[in-house]
Design a protein around this ligand. Structure first.
Ligand SMILES: Nc1nc2c(ncn2[C@@H]2O[C@H](COP(=O)(O)OP(=O)(O)OP(=O)(O)O)[C@@H](O)[C@H]2O)c(=O)[nH]1
Ligand SMILES: [Mg+2]
Length: 398
């Protein structure tokens, strides 16, 4: 199977339940039992989140070849033979994940809107209440006022159906998001193309690196991962697992090593090897801890000694569940690390998905990807229309 069939592989691995692979105990004697890549991957399973094993669908690199003696198939999906429909319609399955992921946001809005507009004429009070509902969903004061105004236009003292309100909401949100829905462009003339991942603790940096590595590998690109989170041994191990699963080389040092030095070393190696993409992981840090933020600035300064344009992209990974705090995170990381774009994760875990709209209106920074779950399939390029319709609880755009 060639590398550019990620959906198929994802489907096969789901079909054959490869994610159920149990961690194996370490072999008694290494001389007798050759260590295979899957063994390594399961031994190095990350410590902190045992209940959320790393996504199986990442099994697309040469480090983890698909076995062709599949274990017991899972009950879902039904037919034992591959169902071409699912493979042929990746967009639909993403739409389903997106709407499921954003269901907390959309159902909070839908309930509020239908309570407000069912069998009631539109007046100033209703619009004020609508504004409050939108602010609670973190859309921001300015955006909420703009949407309420759009709903009110020409409709005073008339009855308006909740569905019509949702349609206006989707239209306004889409128009705010369209300018920031910019795909991540990889400049192939930069070798390596350096992507620095930054963000506060637990926002999803390392997981997003794994998901991106899987995408790039599936496109046939060579990928190197730099374990720049040198604070915790578990962080280095977590990245190594993604490296093994995606077939990306991992450059790591000892726990406690200098993060800037490690990033420098990785860039040097990636340059020498002619690697296409270098993804640099960094330790999570709160935006108000100046010492740690200075250290991040040092990582940027040091890699620029090797490539004055690096990092070509600095991605700020934001956890949607933090709501309004995301605003001060953008401000601080923009100043320290020259953030060029955003990835928003955990939109599935919150009713505050509206924060993405507030950020777009305030900063206008490109939003490259959004994450709606822990699996590798749960990160997708950001689409303004899809997001707006999913937030408003409308169906998929025709
Ligand atoms: N529900 C959900 N969980 C996610 C998503 N992205 C990441 N996670 C989970 O969030 C937790 C933290 O993710 P990490 O990738 O380790 O976060 P990090 O930013 O590298 O964390 P530090 O290295 O501690 O700063 C893990 O359990 C991930 O599986 C997402 O889009 N949705
Ligand atoms: Mg991490």
């Amino acid at each position: 199977m060639s590398e550019n069939e990620p959906k198929k592989r994802g489907f096969f691995s789901r079909l054959f339940g490869l994610e159920q692979e149990e961690p194996k105990p370490a072999p008694e004697s290494e001389a007798e039992t050759p260590v295979t890549a899957p063994d390594l991957a399961s031994e190095a399973a990350p410590e902190p989140e045992p209940e959320a094993p790393l996504a199986p669908e990442v099994l697309m690199g040469e480090a983890a070849p698909l076995p062709f003696a599949p274990p017991e198939p899972e009950p879902e999906p039904e037919p034992p033979a591959p169902a071409p429909l699912q493979v042929a319609q990746p967009k639909r399955s993403w739409w389903r994940r997106l709407t499921e992921g954003l269901s907390r946001t959309s159902s909070a809005l839908a309930t509020g809107i239908s309570d407000l507009f069912t069998k009631r004429k539109l007046d100033a009070d209703t619009l004020e209440d609508l504004e409050d509902i939108l602010i609670q969903a973190d859309l921001g004061i300015a955006t909420s006022a703009r949407i309420a105004k759009a709903v009110g236009e020409g409709r005073y003292d008339k009855q308006i159906e909740p569905e019509e309100v949702k349609t206006i909401l989707a239209r306004e949100v889409e128009s705010i998001l369209t300018p920031v829905a910019i795909p991540l462009a990889i400049d192939a003339t930069k070798k390596p193309f350096v992507i620095l991942m930054v963000g506060v603790n637990g926002s999803g940096k390392t997981t997003t690196i794994g998901k991106l590595a899987a995408k790039f590998r599936a496109e046939g690109k060579s990928v190197m991962l730099a374990a720049g989170d040198t604070f915790r041994a578990a962080a280095i191990e977590q990245l190594k697992v993604w490296g093994q699963r995606t077939g990306a080389e991992v450059v790591s040092g000892q726990q406690g090593a200098d993060a800037a030095g490690l990033a420098f070393e990785a860039l040097q190696k990636a340059k020498a090897d002619g690697t296409d993409i270098l993804l640099i992981d960094t330790a999570g840090r709160l935006q108000n801890k100046t010492g740690l933020m200075d250290e991040l600035a040092k990582v940027v300064r040091v890699i620029r000694k090797l490539d004055p344009e690096a990092p070509h992209v600095a991605l700020l990974v934001l956890d949607a569940t933090v709501g309004q705090n995301a605003i001060s995170q953008v401000e601080a990381f923009q100043e320290t690390a020259g953030v060029t774009g955003l990835v928003m994760t955990k939109l599935d875990g919150t009713a505050r998905g509206g924060i993405l709209v507030a950020l777009a209106a305030k900063f206008g920074l490109p939003v490259h990807f959004i994450g709606v779950g822990e699996s590798v399939d749960d990160l997708e390029p950001f689409s303004a229309r899809d997001f707006a319709r999913a937030v408003a609880g409308l169906g998929e755009a025709a």
